[in-house]
Design a protein around this ligand. Structure first.
Ligand code: IMP
Ligand code: MG
Length: 369
């Protein structure tokens, strides 16, 4: 996913697909214009990549030139189109092929037809790489269309959003759903994960999804998924990942308008991490980061023993039990650390300091996502 100005875009058409479409168009046009030397006219700025790649694939002699006419700002097609710049060549009697990057409403195309009416060309042919049939409002024939696309804003391969994105070799489509920040929060026992999750939830307006809570909720309310999960637990078996994912999916669905989620207690394996990523992708989103609070073992032990004095939790009272819990944490999370590191999505944050200091450090990571 990429961000240009204030908008988010997701991968839509790969470079290879674009290349194939342009190859098809070039070959077809070469056949249809077998006996002449056509003049290809690119409409700037957007068409510079299309034209460049197209003429390289055009197997026969041709001429190529550019004109410029549209002023196009933001994501809405402007009604008033600037006048033509750059047509200095005499085109009378020539076969002109307009090479467009994209035809949307057809406004630009109407201008082109108006302009070329007085040029006494032999023929005026329209070829466009992208075409949005549901947005098109004119009757002009489109002789060659590379790829038909839905009426959603795209960038890349010459197309821009307010100046950015033209240089991308593939095409991205605007994300219409709100952007979310989704975190997987980790920390060894005693690292202060719960405290920090509460602060982050408030600060970024995120929904905290603790897998343990989700399980308890579903079982207590006897939901279909809860009963299914319980049937495995009663047999002493592990609840299959698919069941857990479906519960989380329902939870994400329930909070569809959220700014994002903090996942806590899940994933535990790389298969689960992949399943979670797939779930978020299906919601037009993704897991942006795994953030782990890092605290030295001796400090954790100290903190937990201190907590044990007042909490009465038996597992906080015994140093060897505490040590074991910490060891188990590291053996379980090592895989996930690798998984997210490979995607540059692992962030270790120093968990020693005041609550505010640690929140500050976490915020630095989140703000940079
Ligand atoms: P039309 O005049 O509505 O057909 O739009 C043509 C022009 O609008 C193109 O040459 C582009 O400059 C711009 N445009 C239309 N749709 C898009 C898009 O999805 N992304 C970027 N530019 C677009
Ligand atoms: Mg254009």
């Amino acid at each position: 996913m990429i961000k240009l100005h204030d908008k988010f875009f997701k991968p839509f058409i790969a470079a290879k697909q674009i290349d194939d479409a342009i190859t098809r168009m070039a070959e077809q046009i070469a056949v249809d214009f077998a006996d002449e030397v056509p003049v290809f006219i690119g409409v700037l700025n957007g068409s510079f990549m299309v034209v460049s790649d197209f003429v390289k694939k055009y197997p026969k002699p041709c001429e190529v030139t550019f004109i410029k006419l549209a002023s196009y700002e933001g994501v809405k097609s402007t009604e008033d189109i600037q006048r033509l710049i750059g047509l200095t060549q005499d085109l009378s009697g020539r076969s002109v092929v307009i090479l467009e990057d994209i035809i949307d409403t057809g406004g630009t195309l109407a201008e082109i037809h108006r302009i070329f009416k007085n040029e006494n060309v032999k023929s005026l042919t329209i070829a466009t790489l992208f075409y949005k049939p549901t947005a098109y409002k004119k009757d002009f024939k489109l002789h060659y269309v590379g790829i038909e696309i839905p009426d959603k804003f795209i960038v890349g391969y010459g197309l821009d959003y307010d100046g950015l994105g033209r240089n991308l070799p593939e095409v991205y489509q605007i994300k219409t759903t709100q952007h979310m920040t989704n975190l997987v929060l980790f920390g060894p026992p005693g690292a202060g994960k719960g405290t920090q999750a509460n602060f982050l939830k408030e600060k970024y307006d995120l929904v905290h999804i603790s897998t343990g809570d989700v399980f308890r909720y579903n079982i207590k309310n006897e939901t279909a998924l809860g009963m299914l999960a319980k049937s495995y637990m009663d047999k002493g078996e592990l609840v299959p990942d698919q069941v857990t994912i479906e519960m989380l999916s329902a939870e994400v669905e329930k909070n569809a308008g959220a700014n994002g989620f903090i996942f806590d207690g899940f994933p535990r394996t790389s298969a689960q991490a992949a399943a979670l990523q797939e779930l978020m992708h299906s919601k037009d989103s993704e897991i942006n980061a795994m953030i782990a609070l890092e605290v030295e073992d001796s400090i954790l032990i100290e903190r937990l023993l201190e907590r044990g004095k007042t909490s009465g939790r038996s597992d906080d009272a015994d140093e060897s039990i505490i040590s074991n819990r910490i060891k188990e944490y590291y053996s379980k999370t090592a895989i996930l650390k690798d998984y997210y590191s490979e995607q540059d999505r692992y962030f270790g944050v120093d968990g020693v300091g005041s609550v505010e200091e640690i929140t500050e450090r976490l915020s630095t990571v989140i703000d940079a996502l």
